[in-house]
Design a protein around this ligand. Structure first.
Ligand code: FAD
Length: 518
């Protein structure tokens, strides 16, 4: 998403862009795969803030796709937090959200109001923090500290520590952080800024690309092509070429070399600073030292399920389930599972993509799909590192099958009508993520979204190497919107203009009131 967005913005400015992707299919985590007559989305289950014609995110997506990308509303409830026997719905709309939470927690009305006010305050402060990343170096030196200050006040605190200043109700904290799987870290480890980004992002509901995630690359690729650019798949970069201290091109694993005025890496900072640059360049700029300030995010397993029957026949909901054990807080559940994966899953996320896409029934009649995701320590699967896809051995398949059965049991508990309807399933492991996405430790979300991350000045488009830039989730945050925004700030840095601001000036944004708060 980061490179697609940067590429489209640069193409719109008349630049000829070559996008190199090592996978056999483009799109990064927005790619889809097909098997046995089904299609699954890998890294998109819902996106927020694309509902308003004049909203920032909608305008950004419209810009890079020439208005071709369409969004389907998931309905009144986007997330359903399940803790033991209790279910807490997250309905769309700020007031709905507030009132529903107050019904669940009537004694906490004051804390809930204060919480939502804080979400908007911190979200507003994020604008100058992220805008600063695209400013000219001189402006960064003169005003950078001031631009980052108010956001950093919250970004450098953990989600738990901030929430504990608002309430001592542990159940409420557990519910409010019920989407922590969207950024991968439980409340005592995550930055409150990241928590706010996710909560605010979905407050107006969840949306899904009409036609599935493949529409993202499908609508952006023509914009890149219109300026003479292209996207190559099966094109793995082995090295970024540096001559006289400047990036001049890239070498592929198959020996091809491409040269260019500007090189942008969206392959993640870990890959870029640890693997893609020559050793002497890494040492000269102490990149091996700066990279020690960030850590890889958690790995995951995903169960891709195909079912006989249409989403309507199977009564599939559109809302996602977030299922948690009720005996411990999120941090306790994570710690317990990390020690022993036989213990209850710390989180089970169930998504029903075929029910969210209005074009599904026409594209795949009488079929449905479901994805179930849980966190999984990379260490559990590391013995299979270096083995070949589909030939990892019987013990690997057995471990996967055991996990798959546990996840299916969670599904049947919530949606018992699906017993006997499952036609096919396949579990991806952290090794699958490593294999297809090139995340060394099977990272789900690039680098961790902990308080330390937000202090890192190197997480911005500019690098110490002339003509080499970064983009993607690591320089903003994870999420399709985070990576999209990263693409815009990288292109803005290169073009010397704030593209988002320019876009927003083309038409006024909807007024700031009640549910329309931006
Ligand atoms: C299971 C899952 C569910 C998710 N659900 C959602 C969701 O519902 N909503 C949401 O907003 N976000 C979701 N996300 C997060 C979101 O998909 C990502 O944060 C975002 O797409 C990341 O985009 P990116 O461009 O930064 O990186 P990526 O999508 O990871 O792209 C980086 C690309 O670089 C390629 N690459 C790496 N090394 C090389 C090399 N040497 N040469 C060439 N190419 C290389 C990789 O193959 C990859 O395609 C989810 C992610 C996952 C994994």
């Amino acid at each position: 998403m980061g490179c697609l967005a940067a590429g489209a913005c640069l193409a719109k400015a008349g630049k000829k862009v070559l996008l190199l992707e090592r996978h056999y299919t483009p799109g990064g985590y927005t790619h889809i795969f097909k098997r046995r007559g089904y299609e699954w989305d890998v890294g998109i289950h819902y996106i927020g803030e694309v509902h308003r014609e004049n909203g920032v995110l909608k305008k950004m997506f419209d810009y890079v796709s020439d208005g071709q990308l369409q969004w389907a509303d998931m309905g009144e409830v986007y997330d359903r937090i399940v803790i033991g026997e209790k279910t807490y719905d997250f309905p769309k709309g700020v007031n709905n959200f507030k009132n529903t939470l107050k019904k669940y927690f009537p004694k906490e009305a004051h804390a809930i109001d204060a919480y939502l006010d804080l979400v908007f305050t911190v979200s507003k402060a994020s604008r100058s923090y992220f805008a600063e990343k695209a400013m000219p170096v001189l402006i960064q030196k003169l005003f950078g500290k001031k631009m980052r200050k108010s956001y950093l006040r919250y970004a450098t605190q953990s989600t738990l520590s901030v929430l504990q200043t608002l309430t001592s109700n542990k159940e409420l904290i557990k519910v409010l952080t019920g989407q922590y799987g969207d950024y991968g870290l439980p409340p005592s480890q995550s930055s409150f800024a990241m928590h706010v980004s996710v909560v605010k992002h979905y407050l107006q509901g969840g949306y899904f690309p009409v036609g599935g995630s493949a529409q993202i690359v499908g609508t952006i690729a023509p914009v890149i092509a219109a300026a003479g650019g292209s996207i190559l798949t099966n094109a793995e970069v082995s090295k970024i070429c540096i001559e006289n201290g400047k990036a001049t091109g890239v070498a592929l694993t198959d020996g091809k070399i491409f040269t260019g005025d500007t090189i942008i890496s969206g392959a993640g900072v870990m890959n870029t600073y640890k693997k893609l640059l020559p050793k002497n360049v890494i040492n000269r700029h102490s990149l091996n030292e700066v990279i020690k300030n960030v850590t890889p995010s958690v790995a995951h397993v995903s169960l891709y399920i195909g079912l006989n029957g249409s989403p309507k026949e199977l009564q599939l909901p559109k809302a996602n389930y977030w299922i948690y054990p009720d005996d411990l807080d999120h941090d306790g559940c994570v710690a317990r599972f990390e020690k022993d994966i036989e213990q209850p899953f710390p989180v089970v996320y169930i998504s029903f993509p075929s029910a969210k896409d209005p074009s599904w029934e026409q594209r795949y009649p009488d079929k449905s799909t479901i994805d179930i995701i849980t966190a999984m320590p990379y260490a559990v699967f590391q013995n299979w590192q270096g083995t070949s896809w589909k030939k990892r051995g019987e013990d690997y398949e057995q471990l996967k099958e055991k996990i798959a059965q546990r996840l299916l049991a969670e599904l049947y508990q919530k949606e018992p009508q699906l017993q006997g309807k499952v036609d096919y399933y396949e579990l991806s492991s952290p090794i699958t993520t490593q294999h297809f996405m090139n995340y060394d430790k099977g990272e789900l979300y690039g680098i961790d979204h902990n308080p330390e991350r937000y202090k890192q000045r190197f997480l911005q488009p500019r690098t110490p190497i002339k003509n080499l830039y970064l983009t993607g989730q690591d320089i903003v945050t994870c999420g399709v919107a985070g990576a999209l925004f990263a693409g815009f700030i990288t292109a803005s840095t290169l073009l010397g203009t704030n593209i988002v601001k320019d876009l927003m000036q083309t038409k006024k944004v909807a007024t700031v009131n009640g549910d329309q708060r931006d």
